[in-house]
Design a protein around this ligand. Structure first.
Ligand code: ARG
Length: 458
């Protein structure tokens, strides 16, 4: 029998039932549904709908269901429409007819949104923890490779030398912003919709603020019609997930390139790479390509949910049931990609020699020469032009800038003197980038110290 059986004279068609049921997906709200139901029973007792004794029996019944460690298979075998009806039926099985009082004044419309918000809250806390773990691995690597110089790129052309540490710190910053966005999403969703009924509120004397507190929400929502219609919190969480997955996919792409035969800056260990069925020489970074690839599914989750909600009339519509598919899948993917990124950081080595060689190539010290000339009072635009000419000549002669003799350089400007060569080394180039947030060793040390402070704060 369905929860809503009385009004119907015929049994549901099997195909309709399969199509309509959501248990296969929302069984994951098992714990949240029980916790919210316990709070609801307490508030029903406050409103004298349940006696204190009845409330205790219901609460114990619900706690027993929670303790009985139901497996996914057991729940799915039950033939219930969704997790709410499953919990209610289990309760009735356990404590008998008294269980039928629990749904007084409540609708599955306020119930589902409450469960989802509770689920999002606990996931956000886990995700924050996971991001922090990834950040601390980045800091470990950054501390280890403070002196490893390799080329920084723009347009995938060597631009200026940077250090591996500096690269790690860039991703640390992105993840820090992801954490801020997550905390913001958490703050926005921390309002309980329970007690909104189907859409218009409930006729029973329910203290919704107290109910919210019982479930650890900051307080309750303001408008019942909005409360059962609102899914902004899912969109916000999926947006944060999408942005963070974009970060992880860029992280993956950088590492794929650094590991390529062309760059050869790093090499992944065998335990996280895969081979080719045909090409025996291959050792592929599939693990990172999958992070990059799975980002698309998370974007899909966000877009699918945005589209799902667009143009829906107030208040509840069954379309909502579909959002859980997107939410659960996207959050699972994001969480596992955060975990896998740590695994990647634990299983690679750096080819130091190639890194330094590559940093020396590509005329990445050209701007140092421009700055040198500017220091000697040559106007910037003129200096830029002159260095451009020197680079052109160097390309023709297949040389680095620093391989020209002083005399050859002086042909371009008479102010150039012997000290120019000190400016053209990798070390000098790094030292000079001493603006706040720059790549100079002391700025990187400063950033590492700050990052450690951030991670040690709760
Ligand atoms: N399974 C439903 C969902 O996930 C629960 C709410 C059902 N409400 C209703 N009025 N049919 O959205």
């Amino acid at each position: 029998m369905n929860l809503w059986g009385g009004r119907f004279q015929e049994k549901s068609h099997k195909k309709f039932k399969d199509f309509n049921n959501s248990l296969k997906i929302d069984f994951r709200l098992f714990k949240e549904d029980i916790l919210a139901s316990i709070a609801w029973s307490q508030i029903l007792s406050d409103a004298s709908i349940l006696t204190t004794k009845e409330q205790k029996i219901i609460e114990n019944g619900l706690k027993n269901i929670l303790k009985n460690s139901f497996t996914k298979e057991k729940i799915l075998n039950s033939n219930s429409e969704d997790i709410h009806s499953w919990v209610e039926k289990e309760l009735i099985k356990k404590i008998g007819v008294l269980g039928k009082k629990l749904h007084t004044g409540r609708s599955r419309n306020d119930q589902i949104s409450t469960d989802l918000k509770l689920w999002c809250k606990s996931k956000i806390l886990q995700l924050l923890c996971q991001i922090k773990k990834l950040q601390s691995h980045l800091i470990k690597i950054a501390t280890k490779y403070q002196n490893t110089v390799f080329p920084g790129y723009t347009h995938l052309q060597r631009a200026q030398p940077i250090t591996f540490s500096f690269w790690c710190l860039a991703y640390f910053e992105m993840l820090e912003r992801d954490k801020k966005r997550l905390n913001n999403a958490l703050e926005n969703l921390d309002l309980s919709p329970l007690g909104s009924g189907a859409l218009a509120g409930t006729s029973w004397e329910i203290d919704r603020k107290k109910l919210a507190k019982l479930m650890n929400f900051r307080t309750c929502t303001n408008n019942a019609l909005d409360s059962v219609s609102d899914r902004d919190y899912i969109l916000e969480l999926l947006s944060v997930a999408s942005i963070s997955m974009m970060h992880l996919s860029r992280f993956a792409e950088d590492l794929i390139f650094y590991n390529s035969n062309e760059a050869n800056f790093i090499e992944f260990f065998d335990n996280i790479t895969s081979g080719s069925s045909l090409l025996p020489q291959k050792k592929n970074p599939d693990i990172l390509e999958l992070i990059r690839g799975r980002c698309s599914t998370v974007y899909g989750g966000l877009f699918s949910t945005l589209t799902l909600l667009k143009g829906l009339p107030l208040s509840y519509n069954k379309d909502f049931q579909e959002e859980k598919r997107n939410l659960f899948l996207s959050i699972d993917i994001w969480k596992s990609c955060l975990e896998i990124s740590i695994l990647v950081l634990k299983n690679f080595k750096i080819n130091f020699e190639n890194c330094t060689k590559a940093a020396q190539k590509g005329y990445s010290n050209s701007t140092e020469l421009v700055d040198y000339l500017v220091n000697k009072k040559v106007p910037f635009r003129e200096a830029h032009y002159l260095v451009g000419r020197i680079v052109l000549k160097a390309i023709k002669k297949k040389k680095f800038i620093e391989q020209f003799t002083l005399k050859e350089l002086q042909k371009y400007h008479s102010c150039i003197s012997q000290d120019v060569f000190e400016f053209l080394t990798l070390e000098a180039s790094l030292q000079k980038k001493n603006s706040f947030g720059g790549v100079s060793p002391s700025r990187v040390q400063e950033a590492l110290n700050n990052a450690k402070i951030i991670l040690s704060n709760k």
